[in-house]
Design a protein around this ligand. Structure first.
Ligand code: UTP
Length: 288
């Protein structure tokens, strides 16, 4: 049961990052020196993904340019002998035809974005990665692909009880190692009615039946077409598993999560970590 394709929904408006996201896609915001979307694509590559499908919207052309050749830049880098930089920009180009773009004409929800990619998917499982859920450490999708045995699978983690209203929340029904069997899932429940604190973060592997449910176009929480609802509708027919991934997740769709990610990723870089730690300890923490 090989997972060879991944969908990257990048059609959201990114309103929490205005004005930065007025002309720049949220997914192009950098963590240290790399855009969020590139981390997601690299995670997919590490999981063995060979075809990359971006569901884009207005103002997202920077993403297409980012994953294509820039002849002018490459020529200039050659002329200036900047070979390290040249390798960096050429190394991220994927083989011709392996990257495709589908336009989501209106931001009608994550489920709608996924449904827009339906013609790119045959009768096969497909991965979904949300770039604003950034994972430091072991690539979560690799762990999922390794454990995947059909049906639907989501990455899960515990969240504080007062935050259930920001996530899809599962009803767990037994665990084995990293795997959690899912009895039910609900989108953005208030803490009083949440079935658990186990939340879905932006990594999924879905089977073709989910597209059939998405095609019904039913609106859910927030008046949007929710992926969660179609996953829930498939529970009677196919296995549904959660995977407690081992990396550390940062919610880069929020300003605080984005700032934390920048610090954590910079600290993990040998050329930045020591100096940054020194500044944080000597200057920032000492300010009280
Ligand atoms: P968010 O809920 O974070 O929405 O979407 P958003 O519009 O990107 O950001 P805010 O809340 O306005 O700041 C979660 C993921 O689903 C994608 C987004 O691009 C993001 O990866 N998405 C959401 C779509 O592709 N299309 C949609 O219609 C909605």
């Amino acid at each position: 049961m090989k997972v060879k394709k991944a969908i990257f929904p990048v059609g959201g408006l990114g309103t929490r990052f205005l004005p930065a996201t007025k002309a720049l896609p949220k997914e192009m915001l950098p963590i240290v020196d790399k855009p969020l979307i590139q981390y997601a694509v690299e995670e997919a590559v590490a999981a063995g993904i060979e075809e990359f499908i971006f569901v884009t919207g207005r103002n997202k052309t920077a993403i297409e340019d980012h994953f294509d050749h820039s002849t002018e830049l490459e020529t200039t880098l050659v002329a200036r002998g900047k070979l390290e930089a040249l390798n960096l920009v050429q190394g991220m180009i994927h083989s011709p035809g392996s990257v495709s773009y589908v336009r989501q004409q209106e931001a009608a929800g994550l489920g709608h974005a996924i449904w827009c990619a339906r013609h790119q998917i045959a009768n096969e499982p497909v991965a979904i990665l949300l770039a604003d859920d950034l994972i430091l450490g072991a690539p979560a999708l690799r762990e999922m692909v390794d454990a995947y045995q059909g049906g639907n699978m989501v990455a899960v983690m515990n969240v504080p009880a007062d935050e259930t209203g920001s996530y899809g929340i599962i009803t767990p029904q037994g665990e084995a190692g990293q795997l959690v069997k899912i009895a039910d899932i609900v989108e953005k429940p208030a803490p009083e009615v949440a079935p658990s604190t186990l939340a879905v973060v932006g990594r999924y592997i879905i089977e073709p039946g989910v597209f059939e449910k998405l095609a019904e176009g039913n609106k859910g929480a927030g008046g949007e077409i929710q992926l969660t609802d179609s996953l829930a509708a498939r529970i009677p027919d196919v296995p549904f598993m959660g995977l407690r991934f081992s990396g550390e997740r940062f919610d880069c769709g929020s300003k605080l999560g984005f700032l934390k990610a920048n610090i954590a990723f910079a600290r993990s870089r040998p050329e930045l970590g020591t100096e940054l730690d020194k500044w944080l300890t000597d200057t920032v923490l000492n300010r009280g």
